[in-house]
Structure formats: structure tokens, C-alpha cells
Design a binder for this molecule. Structure first.
Ligand code: CP
Length: 303
């Protein structure tokens, strides 16, 4: 792993991932440490966020660092026409670390090329969400006791869902068997099917969200249909409620099944699932603090 940025899961080796898992475990045991004393971390969110920004900021605060940044680019000089390049150069004058979410695919990689300040990708368009993958992997590990040889079923917006794209790459080191459930319009992009073929990863694709598939799964990874990525909202209307997980659909599921969702949810998980012990999405979001503490400490080479 290049210690100076955290842009894509594809940059991480299996050893990198396992090291980050061990670090996350350690931060969960002891989240308050003063290892970022004197460091300023910038959170630049050009796209909306609740969990990613607040868990990164919690991670920095718990590690003794200071946070600057913005959660709404409309309040910054980018609304006056300042380029991303100039914004990154400016913030590099102020901060020791830049955590950035942007609507353009490749924006974090671009930022990493124009500054020596470490960049963490907090989501770039429909491309990647690598810090989400670290908390997803940590959640899988915590709930299953292992990462290897699991049946991972991903449901919903597999076309635009960047968390799905990152998780496929992250899990690829651990011999997963994937099942994908999506309508034709939101099918997994070709490049990820090619990736799985190249890595000899077995997978099946379905259109029906059936209990038969749920019952074979160790992890059921639900996703929201990404309204903000559609250019034609009529197309969004057609697919927005295509799959809704209801508690009754889990009656025959495996005892170890856990339901993950990167959140926010809209309609794709009924509220009656929340009380099922197999629902893990709120704990998953909490794991984000520890996974992000691990990433920050690794990128900055502290702790
Ligand atoms: N999972 C996730 O990225 O959530 P936010 O958009 O709220 O950060």
C-alpha cells in the first residue's frame, strides 16, 4: 500500500486489508488515543453525507486531531468557479490530511496526483468508496468470524452503487461466492464481471429477489437505488422500489446470515427487519469509526 493515499481498494494487497482489520479491532478496544495531536485533517465533501463525514470526523476527534472542512460545496469558492485543482492546492496549505468526497469518478486519484498531502477517498461518483469497504469487511469479519469462503449476495443498484464496486474488489482476496440481484437497468457494470472472471470468482446474477437466494447467503448486502446518479428521473421512478426486504423473507435464512446496508436506506429494507437479530446495518455504521481510525493512522503512519 502507498502510505500517502487511500484512493481505491484496488491499491490494497490482502496483507494491507488484514493489517487494517487488525488495526480497526485495536481501535474498537481503545478508540480514544492522542496520536493525531498537532495534526489538522480537512474533510471536503462536495457531495452530501451523514455517516462517512461524521464518522471520519469522530475518528479524528477521538485520536486527538483537529478538523476543518465543509459539508456543502455551495458555501465554498468552488461555487464561484474555483477548480478542484486549486481547491486541493489551497487546502494542502492548511491541512496534514485531506478526506474528500466528490461527484466525479477519479476525483480522489486526481487530487492525489496534485498534492503531497495524503488523500483519503470518501467516495468518487459511482466509482469507489474504499473506506466503506474497510468497514464492510470489518463487519463481515466480526459477524462471520472469517472473511474466506462466504456467500455474499448484493441486492439493488449494482450499476451506480460504488460500495458494491469497492466491496467486490476488497472481497476478491478471500474466495467469495457472489450472487447479484438487480433489475436489467441496474445490472453490475461489465468491468466488474470481467474483474471476477479474471480472478476466477464464481458468481450468479438474478433479477428476482427470492427467498431461495437469501437462504443460501451468509451476507445479504442491500443497497439504495442511487437517485442522484440518474440523468432521466423517469428511469429512476421505474426501479426505485424494485426490491424491498421484509422480515418474513428471512424466516428460513441461515443462522449466521447478517444483513448489511451502507445506508442511507430509503425503502429497500422494511422497518420490521430492524428488530431481527440478523439486521446489522446500524452496528455496521458504528464500525465505520474504527475502520476509519485504522485508515487515518495507516495513511499518516502514526499509531
Ligand atoms: N454509507 C455512506 O456513504 O453514507 P453517507 O452517504 O451518509 O456518508
Amino acid at each position: 500500500m502507498n502510505k500517502n493515499f487511500f484512493v481505491s481498494v484496488a491499491d490494497l494487497s490482502k496483507d494491507d486489508i488484514l493489517r487494517l482489520m487488525r488495526k480497526a479491532e485495536s481501535f474498537e478496544k481503545e478508540p480514544n488515543r492522542n496520536i493525531l495531536a498537532g495534526k489538522v485533517c480537512a474533510t471536503l465533501f462536495f457531495e452530501p453525507s451523514t455517516r462517512t463525514r461524521l464518522s471520519f470526523e469522530t475518528a479524528v476527534n477521538r485520536l486527538g486531531g483537529k478538523v476543518i472542512g465543509f459539508s456543502d460545496a455551495a458555501t465554498t469558492s468552488s461555487s464561484k468557479g474555483e477548480t478542484l485543482k486549486d481547491t486541493i492546492k489551497m487546502v494542502s496549505n492548511y491541512a496534514d490530511l485531506i478526506i474528500m468526497r466528490h461527484h466525479l469518478e477519479g476525483a480522489a486519484r486526481y487530487a492525489a496526483e496534485i498534492t503531497d498531502v495524503p488523500i483519503i477517498n470518501a467516495g468518487d461518483g459511482a466509482n469507489q468508496h474504499p473506506s466503506q469497504t474497510m468497514l464492510d469487511l470489518y463487519s463481515v469479519y466480526k459477524t462471520q468470524g472469517r472473511l474466506e469462503n462466504l456467500v455474499i449476495t448484493m441486492v439493488g443498484d449494482l450499476k451506480y452503487g460504488r460500495t458494491v464496486h469497492s466491496l467486490i474488489v476488497g472481497m476478491s482476496h478471500f474466495k467469495p461466492h457472489f450472487k447479484f440481484i438487480a433489475p436489467e437497468e441496474l445490472r453490475l457494470p461489465d468491468i466488474y464481471r470481467q474483474f471476477m472472471d479474471e480472478h476466477n470468482l464464481p458468481y450468479e446474477e438474478y433479477v428476482d429477489f427470492s427467498e431461495e437466494v437469501i437462504n443460501q447467503s451468509d451476507i445479504l448486502y442491500m443497497t439504495r437505488v442511487q437517485r442522484e446518479r440518474f440523468t432521466d428521473l423517469m428511469e429512476y421512478e421505474k426501479v426505485k422500489n424494485v426490491y424491498i426486504l421484509k422480515n418474513c423473507m428471512l424466516a428460513e435464512s441461515k443462522p449466521n446470515l447478517r444483513i448489511l446496508h451502507p445506508l442511507p436506506r430509503v425503502n429497500e429494507i422494511a422497518y420490521d427487519v430492524d428488530d431481527n437479530p440478523k439486521a446489522y446495518y446500524f452496528e455496521q455504521a458504528k464500525n465505520g469509526v474504527y475502520a476509519r481510525q485504522a485508515i487515518i493512522s495507516d495513511v499518516l503512519g502514526v499509531g
